[in-house]
Design a protein around this ligand. Structure first.
Ligand code: GAR
Length: 224
């Protein structure tokens, strides 16, 4: 019997982070299995990526529902039907209500292309460049009701070059995202992290039982 955690993924578009999770989950020892990909936008590239990988998909278009609650009830129904235990936002661009967030509390991850809590929201890379930052990065965190907010599971730092444009910086950060998200989902799905209040801590099994360890950042992709 499989001990892999069953994971649903929410997307709104291109799905390159979804692809990174699909590729990671092919490893026999990966502790998570993607059981459903849900898009709130019809006909996006991420849905095709899931279909190619043989993962069930559905579209739950927020425009088809009279309220956020009705939209989220449809999301829950789809995820429940697939037996999802964990949820990953991968470029999912809708805010979720407190009620939905509390149902998935500490079982629901998001990735954002900045070193949170800095630069939440849209147009991240343009704002990072305008601020004159010299280092940026990406963050995987547990979802809370506020946008791009919640306990941090993993981060990767990415240097900013003097001649960077929004596009060149986005591409460099995206390469780091593709390394970081599979790493963070592995930590969560394997039970290597737990919560201490609103802080994420690493856990390891030792001869004397389970003990707390510092979370570490994974190696960054090369060729900066
Ligand atoms: C990614 O850069 C992700 O971090 C960002 O959207 C992009 C989706 O790309 N998410 C957010 O900004 C969330 N606030 P993808 O569809 O190719 O994975």
């Amino acid at each position: 019997m499989s001990t892999k955690r069953r994971v649903g993924v929410l997307i709104s578009g291109r799905g390159s982070n979804l692809q990174a999770l699909i590729d990671a989950a092919k490893a026999p020892d990966y502790p998570a299995k993607l059981v459903l990909v849900v898009s709130n936008v019809p006909d996006v590239q991420g849905l095709t990526r899931a279909e190619v990988a043989g993962i069930p998909t559905c579209t739950v278009n927020h425009r088809d529902f009279p309220s956020r609650e009705a939209f989220e009830a449809a999301l829950d129904e789809a995820l429940g039907g697939a037996g999802a235990e964990l949820l990953c936002n991968a470029g999912f661009m809708r805010l979720l209500t407190e009620s939905f967030v509390s149902r998935w509390l500490n079982r629901h991850l998001n990735i954002h292309p900045s070193l949170l809590p800095a630069f939440k929201g849209l147009d991240t890379h343009a704002r990072v460049l305008n601020a004159g930052a010299t280092i940026t990065g990406c963050t995987v965190h547990f979802v809370r009701a506020a946008m791009d907010d919640g306990p941090i599971v993993a981060q990767a730092a990415v240097p900013i070059h003097a001649d960077d444009t929004e596009e060149s910086l986005a591409a460099r950060v995206l390469a780091a995202e593709h390394r970081l998200y599979p790493h963070a989902l592995r930590l969560v799905a394997s039970g290597q992290v737990t919560m201490d209040g609103e802080r994420v801590v690493g856990m390891l099994e030792g001869a004397d039982g389970t003990y707390e360890v510092a979370l570490f950042s994974p190696p960054l992709p090369g060729n900066f």
